[in-house]
Ligand binder design. Structure first.
Ligand code: FMN
Length: 174
């Protein structure tokens, strides 16, 4: 949470309006694989995720953060990702800038950041950075930077696919 707060503080300094959402404080049901969102764009579950989803869709960008739990994201983060099949299938994050951050007891933060970024890119978003590994040494904090393979090239700035049309969504109905 502190890492996400630090990223948001940086974004605010640069002039962004930010909102911090703690997934752990929200009630979210699991995706039930009903595929209704494929046809309608709406999830059948009426819970806190609906509000989060509206905030994501109304934003210019998002930062997702997760500690490493057994080599992966937390259950809360995975539950949210699973509820985002519609943005994945229709590339609804097109035009949004996104970043991911992760903390670990020892390792796995790189994999978690890359996993989150890969999912967000698949949803149409453009990754725009992450702090990369930050290590605590005797002399203080030390940052090591490397562009993860899933990041978009800075010059690309555009998704490889077009914005879905309403007809595409209607045509997937059963
Ligand atoms: C259920 C659980 C699983 C965890 N699994 C891992 C893991 O696989 N690898 C790892 O490096 N740290 C793991 N951790 C440690 C957390 O990633 C770590 O506590 C978290 O990033 C917060 O770090 P901090 O306490 O230094 O702020 C796990 C912690 C919990 C509670």
């Amino acid at each position: 949470m502190k890492l996400v707060e630090a990223v948001l503080a940086g974004a605010e300094e640069a002039g962004a309006d930010t909102k911090l959402i703690d997934l752990c404080s929200l009630s979210k049901k699991y995706c039930s694989a009903c595929a209704v969102c494929y046809r309608t764009g709406e999830c059948v579950h009426d819970d806190d995720f609906g509000k989060v989803y509206k905030q994501i869709m109304g934003s210019d960008g998002i930062v997702l953060g997760s500690p490493v739990y057994f080599g992966s994201v937390t259950a809360q983060m995975k539950t949210m990702i699973d509820r985002m099949s519609d943005p994945l299938h229709c590339q609804l994050l097109l035009g949004k800038r996104v970043a991911s951050v992760s903390t670990a007891g020892s390792e796995g933060h790189r994999e978690v950041e890359e996993y989150i970024n890969r999912i967000l890119v698949a949803m149409g978003a453009t990754t725009s950075g992450a702090p990369g590994p930050i290590w605590r040494t005797r002399r203080g904090w030390k940052k090591r930077w490397r562009r993860p393979s899933t990041w978009a090239e800075p010059s690309s700035g555009r998704s490889r696919v077009g914005r879905p049309t309403p007809s595409r969504r209607r045509s997937t109905g059963g």
